[in-house]
Write a protein that binds this ligand. Structure first.
Ligand code: FAD
Length: 512
């Protein structure tokens, strides 16, 4: 990392080199803070009416709903951003540990409490399958070994050249990265229920455990090492905190400003043109818009060699999500903060979602009850929830305008029959988000919830690079870039950006 240079504000003119960041998801906001600390004047341009991207906040009828991320892992990645501004995260946002991390409920009602407490985990494993305890211990050792390479070594370095990939190939082979998450877990664990419990994590970043590279087994260790946290007041507090940091650096986050095009001079990015027609010049452009969208929609085909339309069409996109946000007039105190409700099928359901692209009648759900940790997110005596169901992305041809209410009702029926009795009579407020919204609101290709699928052939060098391969002075951060989706992934993409953007001094002469 380079030391920041302090540019002068002479005669009221900000002479710092200008960086335009397209999009205010966590990747974009983290990139903005890092660029501000490096001496850039930063303008973040956001299409929506508020920052956060997938972490947008809906407020209605006295309830606060975080639209997307709720599970905060690796908090040091946030702490670093505050430290770059000479501040402390804890002064702005309280991150509270959540225990258990997840309550996993099987279709037959059996429950597994998944936590970061090694002893409690051993007891839970033994309760299901005593013979698997030793295998579990060995699996966790493997997870730690993968973490050391996959997260600590590879997650924070750029993969600009195929040589970078070749250098790490022996490590990846040693760690059996050609195996899938489910495949690796199954090497250590015999009980089918426990295989599910230990292999579902890729779904949190848009991957099918049966095809995602086993590098993602590092999440088991990452969660145990740093815990699972919730931002009091909601994830939106982290968003407003980051916006405050950017403004404190003299940068700006402007909403309702959709970028229609990245302007070019030859193969060099020179700025952006907004949908309003206005243009903005920049020394560097950083796109936090979906990487595939950035290449397909914001740059002409003639400017792209590597990320051609054909390649982007062939790429595999993560699954979609159907999300139902609802508030109840009563509380359900027996429901944990994070609950996973597994359906009757695991592999077959995932095949329907990822490969056959069929909207199945059954589902596995993630249920979020933030009021378990922070009751202020709903009126007194009430609960705020969201429930999400992984579904195929838009290539399924599902017409969500027609399907959404029917699908919501079948989820409501299942919740009412299991963990939220009488739910249909308790709802006071409700809203939906479908893959169509991911495409229309968030500019996600195919309405995918997590951009490109995290398979080995779409990871590291194979993923859109943080320094564009096609356009000079263009950089990319966020879920569709290296290292990938999820809060740790997109915050790490901004960390990688920090290592590949030019020093602000490079542009200083132009501003003298
Ligand atoms: C429902 C849900 C739950 C999740 N839960 C978790 C979780 O618990 N923990 C976790 O770690 N991860 C979770 N994730 C994943 C995580 O939220 C995402 O991977 C991450 O937030 C994506 O950040 P990003 O930087 O890629 O930007 P995004 O959040 O995708 O934001 C991109 C922004 O760019 C804007 N934009 C796009 N095009 C333009 C344009 N042309 N001009 C201007 N602006 C534009 C969009 O409006 C958007 O605001 C979840 C995701 C979803 C959808």
């Amino acid at each position: 990392m380079n030391a920041p240079r302090h540019f002068q504000f002479s005669s009221g003119v900000d002479d710092r080199p200008h960086a335009v960041v397209i999009g205010s998801g966590f990747g974009g906001l983290a990139a903005a803070v890092r660029l501000g600390a490096r001496g850039y004047r930063v303008s973040v341009l956001e299409k929506l009416d508020a920052p956060g991207g997938r972490a947008y906040v809906y407020r209605q009828d006295g309830y606060t709903f975080d639209a997307g991320p709720t599970i905060v892992t690796a908090p040091f990645l946030f702490e670093e951003l505050w430290a770059l501004c000479g501040k402390q995260l804890a002064d702005d946002v309280e991150l509270r540990p959540v225990a258990p991390f997840y309550r996993i409920r099987f279709a037959n009602g059996e429950v597994f409490d998944y936590s970061g407490d090694a002893e409690a985990m051993r007891r839970e494993i033994a309760r299901f399958s005593p013979d698997d305890v030793a295998g579990y211990e060995r699996y966790m050792q493997m997870s730690e070994a993968i973490f050391k390479v996959g997260f600590e070594e590879l997650g924070h370095v750029p993969f600009d050249s195929i040589l970078d990939m070749l250098k790490v190939a022996p490590d990846l082979m040693k760690l059996a990265s050609y195996r899938t998450v489910y495949g690796l877990v199954s090497q250590y664990i015999q009980d089918e229920r426990l295989r599910t419990v230990l292999s579902f994590h890729p779904l949190l970043v848009g991957g099918n455990p049966f095809s995602t590279t086993s590098v993602y087994c590092l999440i088991s260790h990452l969660e145990r090492k740093w815990g699972v946290h919730f931002a009091m007041g909601g994830t939106g507090r982290l968003v407003t905190g980051l916006v405050g940091l950017i403004e404190g650096q003299g940068g700006a986050v402007s909403c309702n400003r959709e970028v229609a095009e990245i302007t070019l001079n030859g193969r060099r990015a020179t700025g952006v043109r907004l949908a309003s027609g206005e243009t903005m010049a920049a020394d560097i452009v950083v796109s936090n818009a979906d990487a595939a969208w950035t290449y397909r929609k914001l740059l002409p085909t003639t400017a792209r060699k590597r990320w051609s339309d054909a390649k982007l069409k062939r790429a595999r996109y993560s699954m979609g999500l159907f999300v139902w946000y609802f508030g109840t007039r009563r509380q359900y105190p027996e429901v944990e903060h994070h609950t996973i409700l597994l359906g009757p099928r695991y592999k077959e359901l995932l095949t329907d979602i990822f490969d056959r692209k069929i909207l199945a009648d059954d589902f596995s759900l993630y249920l979020h009850r933030p009021t378990a940790t922070d009751p202020s997110l709903a009126p007194a005596g009430c609960d705020a929830f969201y429930v999400l169901s992984p579904v195929p992305h838009l290539a399924s041809g599902t017409n969500w305008a027609h399907e959404a209410e029917r699908y919501r009702k079948s989820i409501e029926k299942l919740l009412s029959a299991t963990v939220l009795p009488g739910l249909e009579n308790e709802i006071v407020t409700s809203r939906l988000l479908t893959p169509q919204d991911f495409q229309d609101r968030l500019n996600s290709v195919n309405g995918a919830a997590f951009s490109l699928e995290p398979i080995l052939t779409q990871s590291a060098w194979f993923r859109p690079h943080n320094r564009s391969e096609d356009v000079d002075n263009l950089y990319l951060v966020g879920a569709g870039t290296h290292p990938g989706a999820g809060l740790p992934g997109v915050l790490s993409s901004a960390r990688v950006l920090d290592t590949v953007v030019p020093n602000a001094e490079t542009f200083a002469h132009a501003h003298a």
